[in-house]
Write a protein that binds this ligand. Structure first.
Ligand code: FIX
Ligand code: ZN
Length: 422
C-alpha cells in the first residue's frame, strides 16, 4: 500500500461506495459478446438512431403495442419503421421498457436533447458523423477497451471480408460462431463440401477430421478468442446425435489444441413467432446437467457458459462452483434488464466471489454499448459496494488498489485471465 492510498473501514462505508462508483466508471470494459463489426466489414456495422429504433427488441414491443401485422411492419422502409416505433412507443406511450429507455440513454450520452423529442434533430446529428469518428466517440464515452464480435463463416456477407484480409481495427476481436455446424449439420455439411472439405452427413470417413480442419482454418483466419454456439432449450449431452459427436470429436479437441474456450449460450427457443423474424425468438429452461457433464468429461477443456432462463441461473452458478473449467458470463438478452441483472450479479458474487464476468452487452448497434454498459455499470457498482459494505462490517479493511483490482477483473480482466490459462 502506498503511503497515500485510501483505506476503507467500517467507519467510511459511504466513502467506499463513492469510490466503487468512481472506479467502475473509470475502468475500461472488454465487452466479450456483441454483434458489432469492425469498420472493415462496412455496412455490417450498424449505428445511428434509425438502427437504434429498429433494434429487434423494439420491433417485438411495437408489434405488441400496435398490433400491426408483422408483415406490414417489415414491408416498411427502415426509416418508416423507425418513425412508426418512435411514434408508437415513445410519443404515444411512456418509454420506460429497458429497450426504449436505452435509446434515450444513448441520445443523452451523446449530448442530444432528450426532452425535445425531436427525431429529425437526432437524425441530423448522426448524418453529420463519420463512421470512424463515431466509433472513437462511442468507445470513449462508453469507456470500452475492446469488443468481441460474433463471426459466422457461414454468413455470405461476412465471409468474403475474412477471405480478403479481415478485421484490422484492434478494438474488435473475433469469436468464431458455429451455430450451423451444431444446430443444422445437414445444411453446414453441404456448405463445407462446397468449400472443399471432405465431409458427409453421416460423419463417416474423413468427415470428423475435415470438420476439425475447417474449425482450425477459421480459428487461424479470424484469430478468434473463442468458439461459440447458441443452443436450444432442449440441448442435452451426451446423446446419440450429430451434435454430440461433433462436440466430442471436433469442437472439444480443436478447443484444447488451440487453447480457446468453447462458449455455449443455452436456452433459446428459436422462432416462437416466426412472423416476427429476428424478434420472434423466445426462452425456456434448459438442462444444466448437460453443462456439468461436459465440464466433468473434459476437465482440460475450457467452457464459457451463459444461460437464458432466469430459472437456470442458480443451478448453473452452483455448477460453476464445482468446475473451475466453467466460466460464467453475462446476463443474456431477456435477462439484460435491471431487475434481473441485479439479482443475477448479486447471486453470482455471493456464490462465486470475484470469479465471474458479470456482463456482456450483446449490442447489435454500436451506439447501444452506451446504454447497455451505462445501465450495467451502475448495477455492478451498487452490488459490489453492498458486498464490500458487508465485508467492512466484519472489521475487514479494503484498499483502493484492491477495489481497482477487483473491478478490472469484473469488467474484463477475468476473461483475459481465463483465456491465458493453459
Ligand atoms: O444468439 C445470440 O447471440 C443472441 O444474442 C442473438 O441472436 C439475439 O438475437 C440477440 O440479439 C440478443 O440480444
Ligand atoms: Zn448475441
Amino acid at each position: 500500500m502506498t503511503a497515500s492510498e485510501t483505506l476503507f473501514t467500517r467507519e467510511t462505508i459511504d466513502a467506499m461506495r463513492a469510490a466503487v462508483r468512481e472506479t467502475v466508471e473509470r475502468t475500461p470494459v472488454t465487452d466479450i459478446h456483441t454483434h458489432l463489426y469492425a469498420p472493415a466489414f462496412g455496412k455490417l456495422l450498424l449505428w445511428g438512431v434509425d438502427e437504434l429504433l429498429t433494434y429487434h427488441y423494439l420491433i417485438a414491443e411495437v408489434v405488441r403495442a400496435s398490433r400491426i401485422d408483422p408483415a406490414r411492419f417489415y414491408a416498411k422502409s427502415k426509416r418508416e419503421q423507425a418513425d412508426f416505433i418512435w411514434q408508437t412507443l415513445f410519443i404515444e406511450r411512456s418509454p420506460y421498457s429497458e429497450a426504449c429507455r436505452g435509446v434515450l440513454t444513448v441520445l443523452d450520452r451523446l449530448g442530444l436533447d432528450v426532452a425535445s423529442r425531436d427525431l429529425a434533430a437526432y437524425r441530423d446529428y448522426f448524418a453529420r458523423q463519420s463512421v470512424e469518428g463515431y466509433i472513437d466517440t462511442v468507445f470513449e464515452r462508453a469507456n470500452l477497451d475492446s469488443v468481441v464480435m460474433t463471426n459466422d463463416p457461414f454468413d455470405d456477407a461476412e465471409r468474403p471480408v475474412w477471405e480478403t484480409g479481415g478485421a484490422v481495427d484492434k478494438r474488435f476481436h473475433a469469436a468464431l460462431r458455429i451455430d450451423p455446424v451444431l444446430n443444422n449439420w445437414a445444411g453446414a455439411c453441404a456448405r463445407l463440401k462446397g468449400w472443399g472439405y471432405g465431409v458427409d452427413e453421416t460423419l463417416s470417413g474423413t468427415a470428423l477430421a475435415e470438420t476439425r480442419r475447417f474449425l482450425a482454418d477459421w480459428l487461424q483466419r479470424t484469430r478468434a478468442l473463442y468458439m461459440a454456439v447458441s443452443l436450444p432449450q432442449d440441448f442435452v449431452y451426451p446423446e446419440d446425435s450429430a451434435r454430440a459427436r461433433l462436440i466430442a470429436e471436433c469442437i472439444v479437441p480443436v478447443a484444447k489444441e488451440h487453447n480457446v474456450p468453447f462458449a455455449m449460450m443455452i436456452g433459446v427457443k428459436r422462432a416462437v413467432n416466426p412472423a416476427l423474424k429476428l424478434a420472434g425468438d423466445g426462452v425456456a429452461r434448459s438442462d444444466v446437467g448437460a453443462v456439468e457433464r461436459l465440464c466433468a468429461r473434459y476437465p482440460d477443456a475450457k467452457f464459457m457458459v451463459t444461460m437464458l432462463a432466469r430459472e437456470d441461473q442458480h443451478e448453473v452458478s452452483v455448477a460453476a462452483r464445482k468446475f473451475s473449467n466453467l466460466f460464467l458470463f453475462g446476463c443474456w438478452w431477456f435477462l439484460n434488464v435491471p431487475s434481473l441483472i441485479e439479482e443475477m450479479i448479486r447471486m453470482r458474487f455471493e456464490l462465486l466471489g470475484t470469479s465471474v464476468l458479470p456482463q456482456h452487452s450483446d449490442a447489435r448497434v454500436l451506439d447501444q454499448v452506451l446504454y447497455k454498459w451505462g445501465h450495467s455499470r451502475a448495477i455492478i457498482a451498487r452490488v459490489l459496494a453492498d458486498k464490500y459494505a458487508d465485508l467492512l462490517g466484519t472489521g475487514w479493511t479494503l484498499k483502493q488498489s484492491e477495489i481497482d483490482r477487483d473491478v478490472a477483473g469484473l469488467l474484463g480482466g477475468n476473461f483475459w485471465k481465463y483465456l491465458s490459462q493453459a
